[in-house]
Design a protein around this ligand. Structure first.
Ligand code: AMP
Length: 469
């Protein structure tokens, strides 16, 4: 009992960066960066990391975890002056997305400015030979996505033999993106003698099993359980028909005139469609998703950061590494089918302790997703009624949407086979296909005539849109 208490009070007293045993030049970089007080994850993680211990960190984006693992690592690299040999790196940071890899590399470059440290990043979408030329000289820090890392190793442009520090960031997202196999391939390539720092926003069993493979006697540090973000964000929700979402989004933008708004769609095609439809009504926005080239993504992100555009439409994967402070609104144009993703999304507007607004547009086949989010976060979003002139969506239960499956033609027969398996827990054991309910013209409790009309209207809208396409 005494030990945890002592540790607790030790952490409480670490209120300045100068309380850490960080090398003087690093302290200076931190001060230059305008950081005065270490964030809770920094208070907990920096001291044991400086002692060379492995860390298992449960922390979300926005908690300051990049500095939590970067500062003690830079200290170590600086204190143990060695030169990385050809095609070697001394510290390897694995990140799930290009954007996050770039963002971490940028932060680490800033934290180690003027210290003679060479930081680089490697991810797909950039010519591999360019990365080869950089790695040939040997680098202190390499921040990479798992796929490109393995590619570099396969081509003998990189060896992990001399890695002293390994960081695995956003492990839960790695798993979501299917990086478990590449990660398992990477583990045996690393030297046994190393320090490993492992971070994840959530710690389900699969992640802790993965952590076991990377870590030895780790010190566990944890901040901001998921509900904390959810509590900070002013969450709102409107129940609406899918076909009306675009119109409501437009009305919302015109009314709120948001400064920095991030709109999430579940698919790349959906993101492009939202941008196209906003353009059609004179609202300027840009999309960022996996089908966009690296320069296109960077341009969109740059324009958004500079305020040249106020609205960025993104898929979850692309948005993962977006580090923009001051996002005022997060819109769930489509509800995510994985509840944790909702927390990541709305967390974009609550970075570095800020608060913001999230607004979810929930179609009848997304209600189950919302229920699961409420179960996870324990926070019920405020329900905002539809403005006048919108058809009320059906109230009756409809099967949850399955992403990756082509929308069924109106009147199509129900199917039991379903599309790709959806990760949503609540979907387990349900038949895969739609039931035929929910299409235009379907009758909802006692208001048959109204819905027949509504159905005809939205069917017509769809036809018009088809003709436009
Ligand atoms: P991260 O969770 O690492 O993505 O950091 C979120 C944001 O917090 C970034 O914009 C950092 O620059 C900022 N940040 C990190 N540590 C601190 C600190 N101690 N004080 C103020 N801002 C910080």
């Amino acid at each position: 009992m005494l030990r945890p208490l002592a540790a607790y009070f030790k952490v409480l007293f670490l209120t300045k960066f100068s309380d850490f045993a960080l090398a003087e030049p690093i302290q200076k970089r931190v001060a230059d960066g305008g950081y005065t007080t270490p964030s809770p994850i920094q208070q907990q993680a920096i001291p044991p990391a400086l002692e060379g211990k492995d860390i298992l960190g449960i922390a979300q984006t926005g908690t300051g975890k990049t500095a939590a693992f970067s500062l003690p690592s830079i200290h170590h690299l600086l204190n143990n002056k060695k030169r990385a040999g050809r095609f070697e790196c001394r510290m390897l940071v694995l990140a799930p997305t290009r954007e996050l890899a770039r963002q971490i590399a940028d932060s680490m470059t800033g934290y180690s400015k003027g210290l003679g440290m060479f930081v680089t990043s490697a991810f797909g979408g950039v010519p591999i030979n360019k990365q080869k030329r950089v790695l040939e000289r040997g680098v202190d820090v390499l921040v990479a996505t798992p796929g490109r890392l393995l590619d570099l190793i396969d081509r003998r442009f990189l060896t992990l033999d001399k890695v002293e520090i390994l960081v695995l960031d956003e492990a839960d997202q790695m798993l979501d993106l299917g990086f478990i196999v590449p990660l398992k391939k990477i583990v045996p390539m690393l030297p046994r003698q190393r320090q490993s720092l492992f971070f994840s926003a959530t710690m389900p069993k699969t992640i802790s099993q993965l952590a076991d493979q990377f870590l030895t006697n780790p010190v566990q540090v944890s901040v901001a359980p998921q509900s904390t973000t959810a509590e900070r964000v002013d969450q709102k929700v409107t129940y609406i028909n899918q076909d009306d979402k675009q119109r409501l989004l437009k009305d919302f933008i015109n009314k709120e005139n948001p400064d920095h708004m991030l709109v999430f769609t579940q698919t790349k095609h959906g993101a492009d469609k939202v941008v196209k439809n906003l353009m059609a009504v004179g609202i300027h926005s840009a999309a960022i998703h996996g089908n966009k080239s690296q320069p296109q993504r960077e341009r969109a992100l740059g324009d958004f950061k500079k305020g040249k555009i106020n609205i960025l439409v993104a898929t979850d994967i692309a948005a993962r590494g977006i580090d923009v402070d001051g996002i005022t609104h997060v819109i769930n144009f489509d509800m995510p089918n994985v509840s944790e993703q909702y927390v990541h999304r709305i967390g974009r507007t609550a970075r570095a302790g800020a608060s913001g607004i999230s607004y979810s547009l929930v179609a009848p086949d997304e209600r189950q997703f919302l229920r699961d989010v409420v179960k996870l976060t324990g926070v019920k979003p405020e329900v905002i009624a539809l403005p006048e002139g919108y058809d009320e969506p059906m109230r009756e239960e409809v099967p949850a949407r399955i992403y990756g499956q082509k929308p069924k033609k109106f009147g199509a027969k129900p199917t039991r086979s379903g599309g790709p398996k959806n990760k949503h827990s609540s979907r387990k054991g349900r038949p895969g296909g739609g039931s035929g309910r929910g299409g235009p013209g379907s009758s909802a409790k006692g208001d048959g005539p109204k819905h027949w009309n509504n159905g005809a209207k939205s069917f017509k809208r769809r036809q018009t849109r088809k003709a436009d396409a």
